[in-house]
Write a protein that binds this ligand. Structure first.
Ligand code: ADP
Ligand code: MG
Length: 593
């Protein structure tokens, strides 16, 4: 991304605040013009004092001069203080507002992105978070640089340069000659640093990811006593960062020194030149200080401009990454606009092939019928592609080939949000948010009343458990046990009341008692809906009216439990294995005792 492209992207965000920008700019300009005044006053003072010293009673006449000069200087400082206050205040306001807008926009954007965006290794949580944070802080810095700082600095340098040329052509030429050399040095510097900067971004993102993954997996790290390993991982990346930082600063300092030397070289040239003019009688002594101050008025803004140029180059790397997130059109979820009045619930997959973005082929020529208002069980060993089918039905991903229809209409033609409003999903890992139990159940329907919430909780057989808690429905949901959390997510589903429900191993992580309790709430929610259940629990499979067996991404059997059992094929084997693992003989012995 070039600086001008970046500028255009940023302008879209700055535009709503252009009045604020203008106000800040005007104040900054006033401030910078006023900064020029000092040189003139100094020259005037030195020259006047020189004349006075040669006269009678210099002190008496000098008092008047001193008074005028003090009044002008103090008055100027007073106005300057007011201008600076306004400038800082408006500038800060702009920065705060814009950073808020950047933040809000990027969050809204990524929420609209498809699942593949989140599962990509480029976007692991720590990396994404670092990219967004660093991007926003770089961008707000750029907004300052582009819209507040640059123009007054240019104006300043230009005014000072004109002042120098009016003072003396040769003095003006010295300043003018320094600028392109200075500029060239800065360009070389930026070029030398760009590789380091790019690597730095990568390191920072990786580091942030390392830290987040430590926090997320702390119980595994501790139980395997792998603290050293994790510390080493961090040390390695930290070492790279340190090396990189040292090199960046080393190069930066080298070029800074070069630039300072150039500047001092200019000062020396100006002193020599002015002294020459003073000695040959064409200039007064006051001119030496005057010229040095004017040169300073040229070189200070130029120096600032180059610092900004350097900052812009640094910020460019992070802003680029930020806008890559913002402008990832291809990550946008697709949606049709078909929204029928009712859903019957007949689902059909025909010749579906699916490959995950990382290249894993998960489904091969899968065709299946899922009848409305019936329970369909997907059975198969782990990795067979069962969850993948559910992912496709929820439009989290699109089939690579083949198509999926709901009530005869291709899923792609449905409005995605509308479709998801009519589908309920319960996963093995229950999805409980930070917040109270009420809030968590209300996620199913924001408009619901407390009564509705309690009714849903009763249907999910969790109401009594909640009432037993000291804070009841206001208790933190994350503190509930796994089985209780799972029933909260079923209560949420009762509130949502969708005609189609997908249950992906809803009891896989639960103990026998919890499974038994949830079976009751699952049986309740299955009534009169199209249900797909993925489960390893025999009791739940037997209840299904339709069973589909998947193996390595292919459908190998489809029918009722009795039919498939009689087939004596894969289903029979899985069923036998599951039954044997229960040690039914001993169980029945015990129960019959
Ligand atoms: P099941 O639910 O039957 O256990 P899945 O549908 O989860 O199996 O997985 C099917 C295959 O797809 C597996 O080989 C798995 O590794 C792969 N897979 C699952 N999710 C992803 C993903 N997000 N990205 C890449 N590959 C995946
Ligand atoms: Mg699965």
């Amino acid at each position: 991304m070039s600086i001008s492209e970046l500028f255009r992207e940023i302008w879209a965000f700055v535009k709503p605040y252009r009045v604020l920008v203008l106000a800040t700019l005007v104040l900054t300009l006033i401030g910078s013009v006023m900064a020029q005044v000092n040189a003139y006053i100094l020259r005037y003072t030195v020259d006047e004092v020189t004349v006075l010293v040669e006269q009678h009673e210099p002190l008496k006449k000098g008092m008047h001069l001193l008074f005028v000069i003090s009044a002008i200087l103090l008055g100027k400082e007073l106005i300057y203080a007011a201008v600076q206050y306004g400038q800082k205040f408006f500038g800060e306001k702009l920065r705060i507002y814009i950073s808020r807008d950047f933040s809000q926009t990027v969050v809204e954007r990524i929420l609209s992105y498809r699942m593949a965006f989140y599962t990509s290794s480029e976007n692991e949580s720590g990396k994404l978070q670092a990219r967004i944070d660093l991007g926003i802080s770089s961008l707000t810095r750029l907004v300052r640089n582009f819209f507040i700082d640059i123009l007054p600095l240019f104006a300043n340098a230009l005014i000072a340069l004109i002042a120098m040329f009016t003072a003396n052509f040769w003095i003006g030429m010295v300043s003018l000659a320094i600028i392109p050399i200075y500029y060239w040095v800065s360009v070389v510097q930026a070029h030398k640093l760009s590789g380091f900067r790019r690597r730095m971004r990568h390191y920072r993102e990786t580091k942030s990811n390392v830290i987040i993954s430590i926090i997320e997996s702390i119980s595994v790290i501790k139980s395997f006593t792998r603290e050293d390993l994790e510390a080493d991982k961090h040390e390695k990346i930290q070492y790279e960062i340190t090396e990189n930082q040292m090199r960046t600063h080393q190069i930066g300092f080298l070029f800074d020194s070069l630039k300072t030397f150039l500047e001092q070289f200019g000062v020396v040239l100006i002193i020599i030149l002015t002294a020459y003019f003073v000695l040959n009688g064409t200039m007064s002594i006051g001119m030496i200080m005057f010229h040095i101050m004017l040169f300073n008025n040229v070189s200070a803004p130029i120096r600032r401009l180059h610092m900004i140029y350097d900052e812009v180059n640094d910020a460019l790397i992070y802003s680029e990454a930020f806008f890559n997130i913002l402008d990832a059109e291809e990550e946008q979820e697709t949606s049709g606009n078909y929204m029928p009045d009712t859903i019957v619930g007949n689902i059909q997959l025909s010749h579906v092939n699916f490959e995950y973005p990382n290249g894993t082929k998960a489904l091969h020529d899968v065709s299946m019928d899922i009848p409305a208002n019936k329970i369909t069980a997907l059975v198969g060993l782990s990795g067979a592609g069962k969850s993948t089918v559910v992912n496709l039905l929820d439009k989290f991903y699109q089939p690579t080939q083949g198509n999926i229809t709901l009530d005869g209409v291709d899923l792609q033609e449905y409005n995605t949000n509308w479709l998801r409003k009519h589908i309920g999903l319960v996963l093995q890992k229950n999805h409980i948010f930070n917040g109270s139990i009420s809030e968590n159940i209300l996620y199913g329907d924001n408009e619901a009343t407390q009564e509705d919430v309690e009714l849903a909780a009763k249907k999910a057989y969790i109401h009594n458990d909640i009432m037993a808690l000291p804070n009841g429905y206001a208790s933190k949901a994350k503190l509930l046990s796994g089985g209780q959390q799972q029933r909260i997510s079923i209560a949420r589903l009762f509130l949502k009341n969708p005609p189609i429900i997908f249950l992906d191993e809803p009891t896989a992580s639960l103990d026998a008692v919890a499974t038994e309790q949830i079976k009751k709430s699952l049986d309740a929610i299955k009534q009169g809906r199209t249900v797909i259940i993925i489960s390893h629990s025999i009791s739940q499979i037997i209840d299904a009216e339709n069973v589909i067996v998947l193996d390595h991404g292919r459908v190998i059997e489809q029918g009722t439990h009795d039919e498939l059992y009689k087939n004596q094929s894969t289903y029979y084997e899985i069923f036998q294995a599951a039954a044997n693992s229960l040690n039914l003989e001993k169980i029945s012995d015990t129960l019959n005792e």
